[in-house]
Design a protein around this ligand. Structure first.
Ligand code: ARG
Length: 467
């Protein structure tokens, strides 16, 4: 009969000193993160090189050991990059996989790398570096999407389309103005990404397990070497903080929400019933049974990716909720949420940038729709206020009667004969027809931020200078 102390499975070489046996298979499975945190290999190695360099500079390890460590780490980096590295689940995570390989490559000096640090500050560092790079990438991709909208806005500064509220025709606007609404939205997302980079720009390494360390380390040196503004100021908070990941997910969720609204508009606009835009073949698919169809699949998938991103945000908020300070293993579940959301967001921005650049805009359809649904009724009311001196509420009532009459005759407001209009209000003259066209309507809305082509061009210039 096997005795408890003679288990054949070996204990973990990194932390197994007090363990007589290795983990149960299920324990290994639930514990291991290498399947996903191998994505952090470059950040892990960069962090270790900076840490070892600082240890040697402070006289905590010898220059000779530091050189071996740095050389070994660079070897591992190229092994992983070229696909010649065997990741082991028994070694749990990226940190221990790299360190174990380092031991094989350089021998006992490898054991000195983990002086004055813990996996708790190590993972906080690796993940922060990764999220920082992802935020920078998000910022760049949003700049590309904004540029695509600025080009379309410029091209269509004068193209008239119906503006909607409640998805009912409201007032004529220009397509350029509508495009610029998205520039504002994605501009805010980009500003949020920039702020988040500022918030997270503090180096966690050196917080150690949670309490700091007795070794004479220089956290300012590692912070600088890793491109952070400064080191974090509280070691307990440092290893228990995942705000930077939650901020990334919040930004991704808000941007995803914007992208899904755009996606929905493209789905609607590309229906034969609207026919405002036609997607390029590159961003649509056919139906396997209905040959006439062109489906906006990419837009639909962008709309759906938003659900995944929201799920990740809620998941990480829930993972962190109620965790006592400082580090708990729960926090290992942070990474998959962020990696998945980042992939979804990148794909969604890329697909939307392509769609916006490629789609054909049917200005004739837009213009025809802009004039339908009595979209210039407000212009008639405003004319009555301006030219006939009516209070707006009375003008609204008079206009309502004109709309009802046009509706009963099955014609547009501009098609009502002057005698009909004068029967409703005697002060109406033939000058009124100047404001009843959609072009006159949009041109008149010159208020700051309004839809007049001259205003839209000002806003395009504002954003061009900032993009
Ligand atoms: N794989 C772990 C994580 O992602 C690294 C930190 C482990 N720390 C620990 N004390 N077990 O969170």
């Amino acid at each position: 009969m096997a005795d408890d102390t003679t288990d054949t499975k070996s204990s973990n070489q990194m932390w197994g000193g007090r363990f007589a046996s290795g983990p149960d298979a299920i324990m290994e499975e639930i514990n291991a993160s290498i399947g996903f945190d191998k994505k952090l290999f470059a950040q892990d190695i960069r962090g270790s090189i900076a840490h070892a360099t600082m240890l040697a500079h402070q006289g905590i390890i010898s220059a000779e050991d530091k050189d071996k460590i740095v050389h070994g780490l660079n070897t591992i980096l190229s092994e992983i990059e070229s696909g010649n590295f065997e990741f082991s689940r028994q070694l749990e995570d990226i940190h221990m996989n790299v360190e174990a390989r380092l031991a094989t490559l350089i021998g006992p000096a490898a054991g000195r790398l983990h002086t004055a640090r813990s996996r708790n500050d190590q993972v906080a560092l690796d993940f922060r570096l990764w999220v920082k790079e992802e935020l920078q990438k998000t910022e760049q991709m949003l700049t590309g999407l904004i540029a695509a909208f600025l080009d379309r806005a410029e091209e269509h500064a004068e193209s008239v389309m119906p503006g909607f509220t409640h998805l009912q025709t409201a007032q004529p606007v220009t397509f350029g103005h509508h495009c610029m609404a998205y520039v504002e939205m994605f501009g805010r997302d980009r500003a949020r990404a920039r702020h988040a980079i500022e918030h997270l720009d503090e180096s966690p390494i050196g917080a150690a397990a949670l309490a700091g360390t007795g070794y004479p380390i220089d956290r300012h040196m590692t912070a600088k070497a890793l491109g952070f503004r400064e080191p974090t100021r509280n070691s307990i908070d440092t290893v228990s903080d995942r705000d930077f990941a939650i901020e990334f997910l919040s930004i991704a969720a808000i941007a995803g929400m914007h992208l899904s609204r755009l996606a929905e508009e493209i789905v609607i606009w590309s229906t034969p019933q609207f026919g405002f835009v036609r997607l390029s073949d590159a961003f649509s698919t056919g139906s396997s049974i209905m040959p006439q169809k062109k489906n906006p699949d990419a837009a639909e998938l962008v709309r759906a990716k938003t659900g995944r991103i929201n799920g990740s945000l809620v998941a990480l908020l829930t993972i962190m909720k109620g965790l006592p300070l400082a580090y708990s293993k729960d926090m290992q579940e942070d990474k998959e949420q962020v990696f998945d959301a980042a992939e979804s967001l990148e794909l969604a921005i890329a697909a939307m940038t392509g769609m916006v650049r490629d789609m054909t805009v049917n200005t004739a359809r837009m213009k025809a729709a802009a004039g339908s649904g009595y979209s210039t009724a407000t212009d008639l009311a405003d004319w009555l206020v301006r030219e006939a001196g009516l209070p707006f509420r009375d003008a609204h009532h008079v206009t309502g009667r004109a709309v009802a009459l046009a509706e009963s005759k099955g014609c547009d407001l501009a098609e009502l004969p002057l005698s009909d209009l004068q029967a409703i209000h005697a002060d109406i003259t033939d000058k009124v027809y100047d404001v009843l066209t959609v072009e006159a309507s949009v041109a008149s809305r010159k208020s700051f931020g309004g839809t007049a082509p001259s205003e839209v061009r000002k806003q395009i210039a504002f954003w061009r200078a900032r993009n």
